[in-house]
Design a protein around this ligand. Structure first.
Ligand code: MG
Length: 254
């Protein structure tokens, strides 16, 4: 069921989105060679606690998962696509790209945001992969309008990515968000124009393209969470939480 948010919820979602964006940008500033994934997670947790809020992913158990997610921040390096569990053993190196994904619960409402960050200086093909993924997210956001449908978002992302020949991850998608971290509808990163659920004012959705340098296929690690590319090539991920309005799409996590 798609939940239309009340004006009171939207007020809280705006503040929550702002707080989430501040935290994720601070975590981004910490990314450097020698830093571990666990240190980034600890920092995100500390910042959220200082604000008096709650990390939405910590102890969250998605349907089908055997155990709850053990961290606040997902940290996915290079060929890891999403949902990487931050570990002490994961030490960032110059030339890596690292995806950081964070959900926040502020006064009972949820927002979700992710970005891929270079570690020091990275190869031009990694830089381009990140740029195209970010731009693909914005191509999708531009379709998040009253009168459009979910398929228009997927179509916009897919058409934007096509000339670059990257693999678009299909088995993972964006989603509704707000009263819970994952709500209806699914927002795939591919699709047909004019198909799927209608977008109406007051809907809040997370749009999150995941693009791979090689194949679109991904495999899950034995840890039950980390998705990585099937061919071991790098992947990038950008995500914002968006409010559908009568006018321009509003990026709550800007
Ligand atoms: Mg998400």
């Amino acid at each position: 069921m798609i939940i239309i948010k009340t004006s009171e919820e939207i007020k809280r979602l705006r503040e929550g989105g702002k707080r989430l964006s501040e935290v994720l940008h601070k975590v981004k500033e910490k990314v450097a060679p020698g830093v571990t994934a666990k240190e980034l997670d600890d920092y995100a947790f500390q910042l959220i606690k200082e604000m008096g809020d709650r990390p939405a992913f910590l102890n969250y158990k998605p349907s089908g998962a055997k155990k709850p997610f053990p961290a606040s921040l997902c940290v996915s390096v290079n060929s890891e696509v999403v949902h990487g569990i931050p570990k002490n053993e994961t030490v960032l190196k110059e030339g890596d790209i690292v995806s950081i994904d964070l959900g926040l619960c502020y006064m009972g409402v949820f927002t979700d945001m992710a970005m891929t960050v270079p570690v020091g200086k990275v190869m031009p093909q990694y830089k381009k992969l990140m740029d195209v993924t970010r731009d693909a997210l914005h191509a999708g956001i531009d379709m998040a309008r009253v009168g459009k449908k979910v398929g228009d978002i997927g179509y916009a992302i897919e058409s934007f990515v096509k000339p670059h020949k990257y693999g678009i991850v299909e088995i993972l998608s964006g989603h509704g968000v707000g009263r819970a971290i994952h709500e209806d509808p699914f927002i795939p990163n591919f699709g047909k124009k004019g198909t799927g659920e209608k977008l109406v004012a007051g809907m809040v959705i997370a749009i999150e393209p995941m693009l791979n340098l090689g194949t679109k296929h991904v495999v899950m690690d034995a840890d039950g969470y980390t998705f990585r590319t099937a061919d071991g090539k790098a992947s990038a991920h950008f995500e914002h939480t968006i409010l559908i309005t009568e006018g321009e799409p509003e990026i709550l996590t800007a």
